[in-house]
Design a protein around this ligand. Structure first.
Ligand SMILES: N[C@@H](CCC(=O)N[C@@H](CS)C(=O)NCC(=O)O)C(=O)O
Length: 213
């Protein structure tokens, strides 16, 4: 199988984490795609131009991090990241959606910061800055949920990838005032699959890192 990624994509990172967690390194070739450029050869592989993108052994391509993660997790017939039974399934879905909501906002913010400074929208940046702050407040309260403290699951992977975007977005400051979230992130960031997929840092187009602990 071939998994197309970019090193900084948090969505691709989720798939890369599942590859490592499931010991699929020998079955999945990781390929860096060239995204967001005119006429990239990658568009002949995946017309949407997005990552992650998985080409299965039968040649069929899959989009969407959640679909790709579920597919990889089920390959061995012993999924580790399926929903728990009963009412807990709704809690798991709620938490995963909450983490994805934060991630989606941060992805918009990160994309804006990749644009040249004169093309950036201050309104979009402010909106996403405020959203990220509110979501960090919510997660400071939710992080003690048993599903966030138990065995690794998709909500935890998604939140780790969202918070890890601090390396890519210099003004993302989710840490101040959120000690429990800092503690949680410190632990999960040390997990080998999370550490091995950490995004490269970026001082994006003139923005200055600003990281109070
Ligand atoms: N909903 C998608 C989002 C994927 C996505 O937006 N990926 C970004 C990288 S973080 C991308 O490929 N952007 C390239 C482009 O927009 O052309 C998923 O969960 O996989």
């Amino acid at each position: 199988m071939k998994l197309y990624i970019t090193p900084g994509s948090p969505y691709a990172r989720m798939a890369r984490i599942v590859v490592l967690e499931k010991g699929l390194e020998s079955r999945v070739e990781i390929i860096a795609a060239k995204t967001r450029v005119t006429d990239s050869p990658y568009y002949r592989t995946n017309p949407s131009g997005r990552v992650p993108y998985l080409i299965r052994d039968d040649g069929v391509g899959l989009e969407e991090s959640a679909v790709i993660c579920a597919y990889l997790d089920h390959l061995d017939g012993n999924p580790a990241f399926d929903l728990p039974a009963g009412d807990q399934a709704w809690e798991a879905r709620r938490l995963e959606a909450l983490a994805r909501s934060m991630l989606d906002g941060l992805a918009v913010w990160g994309r804006e910061m990749l644009r040249p400074q004169h093309e950036r929208s201050p309104g979009v940046v402010q909106h996403e800055t405020d959203r990220a702050q509110r979501m960090a407040d919510v997660w400071e309260l939710e992080i003690d949920h048993p599903l966030m403290r138990g065995a690794l699951n998709m909500a935890q992977i998604t939140l780790a990838c969202a918070l890890g975007l601090e390396a890519r977005i210099p003004h993302l400051r989710w840490r101040p005032g959120h000690p429990k979230l800092c503690d949680w992130f410190g632990r999960i960031a040390a997990r080998p699959s999370i550490a091995a997929t950490a995004p490269p840092g970026a001082s994006l187009n003139g923005a200055t890192p600003d990281k109070a602990p």
